[in-house]
Design a protein around this ligand. Structure first.
Ligand code: NDP
Length: 293
């Protein structure tokens, strides 16, 4: 039977630390970290994610602002909103909730977020920094996954890590982060031949596919660390991951549940990045103030 990696508990501990640092920052400098979340349209899942982010900000003492725009907002108007947020002194982090409506080019919008406020770590410059192993803002879900794996106490170095999924927001960056921790990494995708041949050799298996129960018991090595990134609804409408928990749990050494695994850590890393951005801007302002005096 696997040991459950409790993302909720780990996230709660980290959020306590963030709240403490936030309080200290406010006491010392009068600064409150500020996060702006931009949402276009009324997709219910996106709205839930945005609400959860705003609530998490409130809990750790951040200022947060939800910029809610109608689905027919033009790309030009959205870019204007981003430009304004880039300039605002009370906003340290900007997040654009994805997906955007079809008529908007996501890459163009993300590319306009100031890399210094890109707390999602999605801009090309921050993605490049992950590639060379010196991230400014590590993308939140991969950073959360790394924390979850490290929380097991296993040594990542020399382990075979298999990532199923190669998206820019999860699969590719987490593969890079594992590589920088000296794991041997295999990235699988929808064109991978004999997927099971790879997954069943993984010491650390990360499933970021988006298909309910996709990873079955026969695809997993005995004792593996299994990280389930997926957020899906099964036929009964119940929230579930990419891993068939009932089959995999008896075989795995460690496993994350869905819900309560990767999800809470993703938001926690967003809070951490926002706090880091606020610390950076506070330092920069202090340097300017000192120069003037
Ligand atoms: P994408 O749809 O962008 O990527 C899915 C990946 O899975 C693709 O690389 C695709 O391959 C691969 N894939 C699809 N079918 C197969 C298959 N049959 N065999 C092997 N690989 C396959 O998804 P995301 O990376 O954005 O998200 C993945 C999941 O994680 C989703 O359920 C999403 O909701 C969830 N998620 C959860 C988060 C959290 O905080 N918990 C945050 C972000 C995402 P190819 O590239 O060839 O198409």
């Amino acid at each position: 039977m696997a040991i459950l990696i409790d993302g909720k508990e780990l996230a709660a501990r980290k959020r306590e630390e963030i709240a403490k640092e936030t309080k200290e920052l406010a006491e010392k400098t009068g600064t409150t970290p500020g996060l702006a979340v931009v949402i276009v349209g009324d997709d219910p899942a996106s709205q839930t994610y945005v609400r959860n982010k705003a609530k998490a900000c409130e809990e750790v003492g951040f200022y947060s602002e939800v910029v809610s725009l109608p689905a027919n907002t033009s790309q030009r108007d959205l870019l204007k909103v981003i430009a304004e947020l880039n300039e605002r002194i009370d906003i340290d982090g900007i997040l654009v909730q994805l997906p955007l409506p079809k008529h908007i080019n996501e890459k163009a919008v993300i590319g306009k977020i100031s890399p210094k406020k890109d707390v999602d770590g999605f801009t090309p410059s921050n993605a490049g920094k992950v590639l060379i192993g010196s991230p400014k803002f590590a993308p939140c879900t991969p950073a959360g996954i790394m924390e979850l794996v490290k929380s097991t106490g296993i040594n990542i170095e020399g382990k075979h890590c298999v990532v199923v999924g190669r998206s820019n927001i999860v699969g590719k960056p987490v593969a890079m982060m594992m590589l920088h921790e000296n794991a041997t990494v295999t990235v699988c995708h929808s064109h991978t031949a004999n997927l099971k041949g790879f997954t069943s050799k993984a010491d650390i298996l990360i499933a970021a596919v988006g298909k309910a129960g996709f990873i079955t018991g026969d695809m997993v090595k005995e004792g593996a660390v299994v990280i389930d990134v997926g957020i899906n609804r099964n036929d009964e409408g119940k929230l579930c991951g990419d891993v068939n928990f009932e089959q995999v749990e008896p075989k795995a050494g460690f496993i994350t549940p869905v819900p309560g695994g990767v999800g809470p850590m993703t938001i926690t890393m967003l809070l951490k990045n926002t706090l880091d951005a606020a610390l950076y801007f506070t330092e920069e302002r202090e340097k300017i103030r000192k120069k003037k005096n």
